[in-house]
Design a protein around this ligand. Structure first.
Ligand code: PEP
Length: 246
C-alpha cells in the first residue's frame, strides 16, 4: 500500500479516434472520486485528439500532454510537424520527449535536449524518457547509458522543476516483461543520484498492467507510471490506479 502522491500517465501512442473520447467519461468520474485524492492522471493522446481532450477535461483535474514535438521553438516550414508552442496552444500542459520509439527513429540525445529546452520555454512540463536496450543491459551498460542520456538530454537546463524522468527500459516496453523490483529500485536510485539538490520525480514505464502493479507499487522510490498499452482501456487504467492505492 502506498500513500505517496503518484502520477499515472497514459501514452496512447498512435491509437485512438474521435469516438475514443466517450471512453473518458469513466475516467473523468473516477478522477473526481476519493480513490484518487493522492494522485494525478495525465493523458497523452495523438495530436489529432489534443483539442477535443482538452475540452473534455475542462472541469476536472486530468492533465493533458503531447507525445512528442518538433525541436523548433518558432513556427516554420516543417511539413507534418508541430512544435511545443502549438501543443500548449491546443491545451496541453505536458509533453513526452525522448520516447524510445522516437529514439529508434533517429532522435539522438542532442536533438532531445533541444526539444526539452523549447518545451520548457513554451511552459510545458516535460516527461523525459530514458532507458537502455536489451543488448545494453546484457553488456551491463545500463548505468552508463542512463547517465549519458541524462547528461546530454538535460545539458544547460538549470531549472529542472518541470521535468519528470520516465525510466523505460526498452526491453520492457510492450513485451509483458518488467524489471525485478530490486533492480528497479537500484536504477531509480541511481537516476535520482545524478541530480544535485532535490531530484526530479522518476516514473517507471514498460508493460505496466493491472496484474503486475501489485509488485511495481512496492518499489518505494518510484513516483508514478507511464502506461502504454493498458492505458487505452479505461477499466484497466482505473484498475492500475486503484490497485496502487489499495
Ligand atoms: C510506453 O510506450 O511508454 C509504454 C510504457 O508502453 P507499454 O506500457 O505498452 O509497455
Amino acid at each position: 500500500m502506498t500513500n505517496k502522491y503518484m502520477y499515472f500517465i497514459a501514452n496512447w501512442k498512435m491509437y485512438g479516434s474521435i469516438s475514443s473520447i466517450n471512453s473518458l467519461n469513466k475516467v473523468i468520474k473516477f478522477s473526481k472520486s476519493k480513490e484518487i485524492n493522492k494522485g494525478r492522471l495525465i493523458y497523452c493522446p495523438p495530436y489529432t485528439l489534443i483539442s477535443s481532450f482538452s475540452k473534455k477535461f475542462q472541469n476536472c483535474q486530468i492533465g493533458l500532454g503531447g507525445q512528442n514535438c518538433h525541436e523548433s521553438e518558432t513556427d516554420g516550414p516543417y511539413t507534418g510537424f508541430i512544435n511545443a508552442r502549438m501543443l500548449k496552444n491546443a491545451g496541453a500542459q505536458f509533453v513526452i520527449i525522448g520516447h524510445s520509439e522516437n529514439r529508434a527513429n533517429g532522435e539522438n540525445d542532442k536533438l532531445i535536449n533541444l526539444k526539452i529546452k523549447n518545451s520548457i520555454n513554451s511552459k510545458l512540463k516535460v516527461i523525459f524518457c530514458i532507458g537502455e536496450t536489451l543488448s545494453e543491459k546484457r553488456k551491463k551498460k545500463t548505468k552508463s547509458i542512463l547517465s549519458k542520456q541524462i547528461k546530454i538530454g538535460l545539458n544547460k537546463i538549470k531549472n529542472k522543476s518541470n521535468i519528470f524522468i520516465a525510466y523505460e527500459p526498452v526491453w520492457a516496453i510492450g513485451t509483458g516483461i518488467i524489471p525485478k523490483s530490486k533492480d528497479l529500485y537500484e536504477t531509480v536510485n541511481y537516476i535520482k543520484s545524478k541530480f544535485k539538490g532535490k531530484p526530479p520525480r522518476v516514473l517507471y514505464g514498460g508493460s505496466v498492467n493491472p496484474n503486475n502493479i501489485k509488485n511495481l507499487k512496492e518499489v518505494s522510490n518510484i513516483d508514478g507510471f507511464l502506461i502504454g498499452g493498458a492505458s487505452q482501456n479505461a477499466n484497466k487504467f482505473i484498475d492500475i490506479v486503484k490497485k496502487t492505492y489499495s
